[in-house]
Ligand binder design. Structure first.
Ligand code: PLP
Length: 423
């Protein structure tokens, strides 16, 4: 009997024993192409010598030094590299162990910023339905996925939900993508007005939506309008790029393609690429300065923040992106994968939509293409597809269940940035 407490308590999972480039290998020697990098994590595949060596070297030198007492070379270097590559003004980097922690830190920083600025009424968080921002209680509250939230609802702080960017289902007949984006931004504006701008702390959104409905891209101009709305009301814009960031959509930060810079951005997954658990929250100078010139202390922190070995892995990941021009490969292979999906499945009677950006692509399944009617909730088509794909040696990330009162079946494809045409 296994003493591991697995997430799926009734499933018997294969045991992964090795990684080889884009493939994972189980204890029976079966190879799986990692078509989703787990959940958009292993962007350099599973046997990157550069990251492995960087981690080994760092452990030999210094594994960990508590950030209550020390900073470290890798943490300093990684922060420099990230801020040099980030959208304008995101010059301060706070390292954590993963995505949920990054979101928790972002929410707490937003709150502390306003408390220190003398605006303690700013407490409301506005988020989008069909969003996911992590599984700890604060991050879960900030997400809009009903299924994930339901059992814990009594423990969650109140947040305020607005519509997601979901072109396939929600753009009205005759409405242009730009008009749709303007309508969504106007909804945010109205919600802030309703709550009273002086009471609103932040709007949090995934730049490209990931784990809830599979690679939901924003309509053109949406984030520019959102930026303008937030600025007008003094509301902080937090972009959660835990999944879509770190090159996944074809630019290091997904928001580069939207032409805006958020007040706070969260990253994780691809930052350590699975070689080490690491995430980060990055913020604008003025937010950092308010804390520095105010209390001088961010009232937050976990033991492993700024972990030297994890930061060394992050440095090696960014160097691999640069040295091997991997983000260009994301754009190239992403376009090819998209074209192949369109050609192969674009007219399939049960494929409603194929969407996404770079190597971050979603496929939505429907019972009826013409009406967009979803499959019956009991069928979990995406779950069946995951099992069938694994049997064939392909890993893809399924999402199914009732979301926002609507049944949906989606898979996310997010293969490693090192993939080649043959894959
Ligand atoms: N935010 C987004 C957008 C995510 O997709 C995820 C995980 O899928 C998280 C936060 C939580 O990250 P983690 O699982 O590393 O805690």
């Amino acid at each position: 009997m296994s003493h591991v407490f697995p997430r799926h308590t009734r499933a018997t999972l294969p045991r992964a024993v090795a990684g080889d480039g884009c493939h994972l290998i189980d204890s029976d020697g079966k190879r799986y192409f990692d078509g989703s990098c787990g959940a958009a994590v292993s962007c350099l595949g599973h046997s990157d010598a550069g990251v492995r060596d960087a981690v080994k070297t760092q452990i030999d030198q210094l594994a960990f030094a508590h950030t209550g007492f020390f900073t470290s070379d890798p943490a300093e270097e990684l922060a420099d590299m990230l801020s040099a590559r980030a959208p304008q003004g995101l010059n301060r980097v706070y390292f954590v162990s993963g995505g949920s922690e990054a979101v928790e830190a972002a929410l707490k920083l937003a709150r502390q910023y306003y408390v220190e600025k003398g605006e303690p009424d700013r407490r409301h968080i506005i988020t989008r339905r069909q969003s996911y921002h992590g599984n700890t209680l604060g991050a879960l509250a900030a997400g809009g996925n009903e299924w994930r939230r339901a059992p814990f609802a009594p423990l969650l702080i109140d947040t305020h939900l607005v519509s997601p960017c979901y072109d396939y289902r929600d753009r009205a007949a005759g409405e242009s993508p730009e008009e749709y984006g303007a309508r969504l931004a106007a909804e945010l504006d109205a919600r802030i007005e309703m709550l009273g701008p002086q009471n609103v702390m932040c709007f949090i959104a995934e730049t490209v939506g990931g784990a809830t409905a599979g690679a939901l891209t924003p309509p053109p101009g949406y984030f520019r309008r959102v930026r303008e709305v937030c600025d007008r009301h003094g509301v902080l814009l937090i972009l959660d790029e835990v999944m879509c960031g770190m090159g996944r959509t074809g630019s290091l930060f997904a928001c580069e393609q939207e032409g805006i810079s958020p007040d706070i951005v969260t990253i994780a997954k691809g930052l350590g690429a699975g070689y080490q658990p690491i995430g980060a929250m990055m913020c604008q100078d003025r937010i950092y300065d308010a804390i520095r010139d105010g209390s001088g202390f961010f009232q937050h922190g976990h033991t492993y923040l700024g972990h030297a070995t994890a930061a060394a892995a992050g440095v090696a990941v960014l160097k691999a992106f640069d040295d091997r021009d991997l983000i260009a490969n994301v754009r190239d292979k992403g376009a090819k994968l998209r074209a192949a999906l369109d050609a192969e499945f674009g007219q399939h009677p049960h494929v409603g939509d194929i969407r996404g950006r770079g190597l971050f692509l979603g496929v939505e399944f429907v019972a009826d293409r013409a009406t967009k009617a979803p499959f019956d909730a009991s069928r979990s088509v995406a779950g069946q597809l995951k099992a069938a794909a694994m049997a064939e040696g392909l890993i893809c990330y399924p999402m199914s269940g009732t979301i926002d009162g609507r049944q949906g079946d989606h898979v996310l494809l997010a293969p490693p940035f090192i993939m080649e045409d043959a894959h």
